[in-house]
Write a protein that binds this ligand. Structure first.
Ligand SMILES: Cc1cc2nc3c(=O)[nH]c(=O)nc-3n(C[C@H](O)[C@H](O)[C@H](O)COP(=O)(O)OP(=O)(O)OC[C@H]3O[C@@H](n4cnc5c(N)ncnc54)[C@H](O)[C@@H]3O)c2cc1C
Length: 411
């Protein structure tokens, strides 16, 4: 017969949110028996890969308006409880000083994600948390006095249960969406989930795929089927053999996929010259006179391969001069350079997505405590909630802040 262990608190999931919840639970309630369980063989997989192995811990300016999912006011309420200066201080006290880069992103001064994981694990130990892994939880439920969690390793019973099981992105890290089944079993809703911060695919034959390896600043715009401008992101864009990636594309991906599910005609366009409008470029080409259009676009910092692609796309002779362009040709080129419609065929899926959009809506929680409204004693934090942010450290900040609220709010 398998053993039944008893403890005060079980935290399921030792990602950023679960580690934070456990550390603050231990610090706030010394003497309680707190167990942190994770199904993974190694702790902190996502922290280790974040920011290309440097871990973009947070952002200098975390504006709640930049998050999507639940209401801005609910997200803001949680973020205010553990803000960026507190995050910086918390890590500094753990021996991980953060530095701010030009983009506003904060990284460890050592550029080492390993240092972040090691510091968190030291803090877990100092807070007297019993961390156990690999211990995958297969089922959860209520008992007369609290909750149980079970797996092939046995059963554990506790007074309070924290679910910090993440979303579905990077499933090989252990976050495969099982936590969504757990929250549903306690009566919570899970809003539609889909990959966010995810690269987008183009048909193999798309001329953009031939630009593989080119990185440049662009503006990517989302339009409704009627052409209405919904949202845009200007940032670095990476052309790849499968389509498009880079911050601008990752940031718009969740809005695009969301719009597309409601309005099948929604589409994206790209401005390869983000500092120019269609009108600007039109006037500039008209003013070229008998000068080379191709050289002009090269002078605007467009890579040669990209300029050639635009000319082929518009059926233009590479040597054409400004005054040799017919009006319709000029308009076509201007449109391709500043408002090229993207023929997106899909996305790279959860394996390549940095986060999951969707989850438990915050209105089902008392956000002062991140405690379930319909199941007292059950707490949620991190990506299992319906909150996702742009790239730049926003998603970790949500994990740190919501984990902190849970850890300090246990009864
Ligand atoms: C490649 C990549 C790069 C990223 N870079 C950044 C970045 O630089 N900055 C940033 O802010 N964000 C970044 N993110 C997003 C960020 O990593 C996540 O938003 C954050 O890790 C979410 O934390 P979490 O604790 O909620 O979930 P997770 O980190 O997913 O942790 C959940 C944990 O629960 C465990 N678990 C799940 N189900 C079970 C179960 N049934 N039993 C036991 N354990 C279970 C998993 O093993 C996992 O350890 C990146 C994500 C990826 C994939």
């Amino acid at each position: 017969m398998q053993s039944i262990e008893q403890c005060d608190v079980v935290v399921v999931g030792a990602g950023a949110a679960g580690l934070m919840a456990a550390i603050w639970a231990g610090r706030t309630h010394p003497g309680r028996s707190i167990v942190l369980l994770d199904g993974a063989r190694k702790i902190g997989a996502k922290i280790l890969v974040a920011g290309g192995g440097r871990c973009n811990v947070t952002h200098f300016e975390v504006d709640p308006k930049k998050y999507a999912g639940s209401t801005k006011s609910a997200i803001s309420k949680v973020l205010r409880r553990f803000d960026v200066p507190e995050t910086t201080q918390f890590f500094s006290e753990l021996g991980v000083d953060l530095k701010r880069e030009e983009t506003g992103k904060l990284f460890p001064t050592t550029d080492s994600a390993r240092d972040v994981v090691d510091a968190l694990l030291r803090a877990v130990e100092e807070a007297n948390i019993r961390i156990q892994f690999p211990r995958r939880v297969e089922s959860v439920g209520s008992t007369s006095t609290g909750f149980f969690v079970e797996g092939p390793w046995g059963r554990m019973e506790c007074g309070q249960l924290v679910l910090a099981t993440g979303g579905k992105s990077l499933p090989k890290s252990g976050s495969d969406g099982k936590g969504f089944d757990f929250v549903r079993s306690f009566g919570h809703h899970v809003t539609e989930t889909f990959p966010a911060l995810v690269p987008l695919n183009l048909p193999k034959s798309d001329p953009i795929c031939q630009l593989s390896g080119i990185t440049l600043p662009t503006t990517i715009r989302l339009h409704s089927s009627t052409g209405k401008h919904i949202i845009e992101f200007t940032n670095s864009t990476l052309c790849t053999h499968f389509g498009l990636s880079g911050p601008s594309v990752l940031d718009i991906s969740r809005y695009y996929l969301d719009s597309k599910s409601k309005d099948s005609g929604a589409y994206l366009s790209i401005n390869w010259l983000p500092s120019k409008t269609r009108n600007d470029l039109d006037l500039e080409i008209q003013a070229l006179g008998h000068r080379s259009v191709r050289k002009y676009l090269r002078h605007c910092s467009l890579a040669e391969r990209l300029v050639n692609m635009l000319f082929t796309y518009c059926d233009l002779d590479l040597e054409v001069m400004g005054d040799q362009l017919q009006r319709t040709e000029r308009r076509k080129l201007v449109q391709a350079a500043t408002e090229m419609r993207l023929n997106i065929t899909g996305n790279r899926g959860y394996t390549f997505a940095e986060v999951t959009a969707g989850g438990v809506p915050l209105n089902e929680l008392n956000v002062d405590r991140m405690e379930s409204r319909n199941c007292p004693g059950l707490y949620l934090c991190g990506e299992v909630c319906d909150v996702d942010g742009p790239i730049g450290g926003f998603n970790f900040q949500w994990a740190w802040a919501s984990g902190y609220v849970v850890g300090t709010s246990l009864r």
